[in-house]
Design a protein around this ligand. Structure first.
Ligand code: ATP
Ligand code: MG
Length: 337
């Protein structure tokens, strides 16, 4: 493994730039989708406001973190300025309200890990999940969006990685592979640790944004317009970065001992986090620290079967990019594990 890692990337890697950029461009949502999302949010606000005048609605997830591809569902969070003991009651009430306004497929999933109401808006064709008081998700959405503003290569890399993960069937948390959120954190980490760094560590800088959420201090430097030249000393192109990303996860990462941490901008040890053994269902076979909820390992869903699938897919991707005559087709070839 380590031998392979030392290898330089193929000499004609630059030939992959144009096709990768074309894939990236084709995945960016057109402006009219934004407009429709805003239209749906406005409708939801109107309905919610009648019942709960003090509640607020926030977009989170891929529709708001700038890593959303075209035709994604939208994630909405209904925030009350108080603790809610019985979310079921509110969700059922909310489902009632939405149902009577001609929204389609309205369903309250009160027993899910994150309880939600699902619906589809016939006017815009957009599907939507609404959760309650999940303020941490709203805040980590802002963190991701702020990182994306610093260097366009983050968004390019993450779109390619998400597209690869969906094509290869490794973006399914219910089957033990990783969430989109986890993949974006892996991309941010990768761009923080390359030299010269392409991304800074925002949580290690002066704190210009500071909120307390569920007793967790969420603080970081968010005046990112001041950092728009941060990555420019590093001239690597998206093709080199995609190659580097997959090589890192195939041959460079120390799965036995390391935790990736966007919060610190580096690697920390499993020892330090006490993530060295299985506790309950958390096996810590690939460790990705949540930037705010630092006791939370986003790799917790990965089990002894899916870790093999993941690592084989990382190696396959690295090898396809290194050796295949037509990597762009092969890399995204649909596969079901
Ligand atoms: P997709 O394009 O696949 O829908 P997404 O950005 O919406 O991607 P999800 O993984 O569906 O990503 O997560 C939606 C949001 O929920 C994330 O942006 C994040 O704010 C939050 N989230 C998801 N998973 C976790 C998690 N395990 N811990 C904390 N927050 C999470
Ligand atoms: Mg989503």
């Amino acid at each position: 493994r380590m031998l392979k890692r030392q290898m330089a990337c193929r000499g004609d890697i630059h030939r992959l730039n144009a096709p990768f950029l074309a894939i990236y461009e084709s995945l960016i949502p057109p402006e009219e989708e934004r407009t429709k999302q805003k239209q749906l949010l406005a409708l939801l606000e109107k309905l919610v406001c009648k019942e709960w005048p003090k509640a607020q609605l926030f977009l989170y997830g891929s529709c708001a973190n700038s890593f959303g591809v075209s035709k994604s569902d939208i994630d909405v969070c209904l925030v009350f300025n108080e603790d809610i003991n019985d979310k079921s009651e509110i969700l059922l009430k909310l489902a009632d309200i939405l149902q009577s306004d001609n929204l389609q497929n309205v369903q309250a999933l009160t027993h899910a890990r994150v309880p939600i109401v699902k619906l589809k808006d016939p006017a815009t064709g957009i599907s939507c999940d609404i959760c309650i008081n999940n303020v941490l998700a709203v805040v980590n959405t802002k963190l991701l969006r702020d990182y994306a503003k610093i260097d366009v290569r983050l968004r390019q890399l993450a779109f390619i990685v998400k597209h690869w993960a969906k094509s290869r069937g490794v973006n399914e948390t219910y089957r033990g592979t990783l969430s989109s959120y986890a993949y974006v954190l892996m991309c941010i980490h990768f761009l923080q640790q390359c030299r010269p760094a392409i991304l800074p560590c925002l949580q290690g800088m002066e704190k210009t944004y500071n909120v307390m959420v569920d007793n967790i201090e969420c603080a970081y430097f968010d005046k990112v317009e001041q950092l728009s030249n941060f990555g420019s000393p590093n001239k690597e192109t998206v093709a080199q970065l995609v190659w580097g990303f997959f090589n890192y996860w195939a041959y460079g990462h120390d799965y036995a001992n390391s935790v990736i941490s966007v919060r610190t901008g580096s690697i920390i040890s499993k020892q330090e986090k006490d993530w060295t053994r299985r506790v309950g269902n958390d096996r810590h076979l690939i460790c990705i620290e949540d930037p705010f909820e630092i006791s939370h390992d986003l790799g917790r869903v990965v089990d002894k079967f899916s870790i093999r699938v993941l690592r084989e897919e990382f190696e396959r991707a690295a090898d396809v990019i290194q050796y295949d005559p037509n990597p762009c087709v092969k890399l995204f070839a649909p596969y079901v594990h």
